[in-house]
Ligand binder design. Structure first.
Ligand code: FMN
Length: 261
C-alpha cells in the first residue's frame, strides 16, 4: 500500500473487529516491521506479549473494568479528560484536537441533544462522586467486552536492563518505544488490521503490578501499552488534526497559540 495512504488509513479503531483470528503470517509481518524501528544506540528495548487465550483475556478484562471504574472516580482525571472532549462532530472538526465523547463513553440513547451535557463537562471533576458510587462500571462495559472479544491483544513492554546511554535516557527510551508502536500500527493497517489502545490498566502503578502478575512480567520490564488488534471491515474510523501551520516553526520558535491551561 502507498505510504501516505497507509498513514491516512490508520485510525484508533474502537468498533467490533471481524471474528477472524489474526493470521500467523500477518503477525510475523507486524513483528518484522516493529523490529526494524529506530532506538537510541540501537538498544532495542522492546518486546511484545501476544494474548489469544480466553482465560488471559478475561483476566485483563477484569483489570480494565477495575481501572476504568477507578478513573471515573478520580476527579483530577475527569477534569483533565473533559478539556479534550468534544460533544459533537462539528465541534470536534472545528477544534481539530481531542476526542469525541461518544468514542469514550456510552452515552444513553435518551440523551439526544448532547449539548445538554456541556455543564457536566465543565464541572467534570464533580462527577467523580458517580464513579465513587460505582457507576463507572457502566461506562467501562464496552471496553471490557472489547478485551474479552479481541482476536489478538498485544502488551508492549520495555526492558529497563537495555537502557539507553545519556542524561536524557528515559526520553530516548520512550521515543524508541513510540517508534516501535507506530511501526506496529502502520504495518497492521497495511494488512487491514485495526489497532486500539486500551491503556487504562497501565495508568496506575498498582494496576501495572497486577498486569505484571497476570502475565509474569519481571520487575525490570515496564509495560508501555496495551493494544487490541483484529481485521476490520470498511474504514478504520475518523479523526482530526491541527493544521500543519500550527505545528511547523520555520527557522525559529514563534508562539502559535497552542497552549492549553
Ligand atoms: C500513548 C497513547 C495512548 C492512548 N490511549 C488510548 C486509550 O486508552 N483508549 C483509546 O480509546 N484511545 C487511546 N489512544 C488513541 C488516541 O485517542 C488517538 O490516537 C487520537 O485520538 C487520534 O486519533 P487516531 O489515532 O484515530 O488518529 C491512545 C493513543 C496513544 C498514542
Amino acid at each position: 500500500m502507498d505510504f501516505m495512504k497507509t498513514v491516512l488509513k490508520r485510525r484508533t479503531y474502537r468498533g467490533q473487529f471481524t471474528h477472524k483470528p489474526v493470521s500467523q503470517k500477518d503477525l510475523e509481518t507486524i513483528v518484522e516491521a516493529a523490529r526494524w524501528s529506530p532506538s537510541p544506540f540501537n538498544v532495542q528495548p522492546w518486546e511484545i506479549i501476544t494474548i489469544e487465550k480466553q482465560d488471559t483475556k478475561d483476566k485483563l478484562a477484569k483489570l480494565v473494568l477495575k481501572s476504568m471504574s477507578a478513573q471515573m472516580g478520580d476527579s483530577r482525571f475527569l477534569d483533565d479528560v473533559s478539556k479534550w472532549m468534544s460533544l459533537s462532530k462539528d465541534e470536534w472538526v472545528q477544534r481539530s484536537e481531542g476526542v469525541m465523547i461518544d468514542d469514550h463513553m456510552d452515552i444513553p440513547g435518551f440523551i439526544k441533544d448532547k449539548s445538554k451535557l456541556r455543564p457536566l463537562l465543565k464541572n467534570a471533576k464533580n462527577m467523580s462522586f458517580l464513579g465513587k458510587l460505582g457507576l463507572g462500571k457502566i461506562g467501562a462495559s464496552k471496553f471490557v467486552e472489547h478485551i474479552k472479544n479481541a482476536p489478538l491483544i498485544m502488551i508492549i513492554i520495555m526492558n529497563l536492563k537495555r537502557m539507553s546511554p545519556g542524561e536524557n535516557r528515559m526520553t530516548w527510551m520512550y521515543m524508541g518505544m513510540g517508534a516501535f508502536v507506530e511501526h506496529i500500527l502502520l504495518a497492521a493497517i497495511s494488512l487491514n488490521i485495526g489497532t486500539h489502545f486500551i491503556n487504562a490498566p497501565l495508568e496506575t502503578k498498582k494496576d501495572r503490578v497486577k498486569l505484571r502478575h497476570i502475565l509474569s512480567i519481571p520487575d525490570h520490564y515496564e509495560p508501555v501499552c496495551l493494544l487490541r488488534l483484529g481485521y476490520i471491515q470498511g474504514n478504520a474510523g475518523e479523526s482530526v488534526r491541527l493544521p500543519s501551520e500550527k505545528i511547523l516553526h520555520r527557522e525559529k520558535f514563534r508562539p502559535k497559540g497552542n497552549d492549553k491551561s
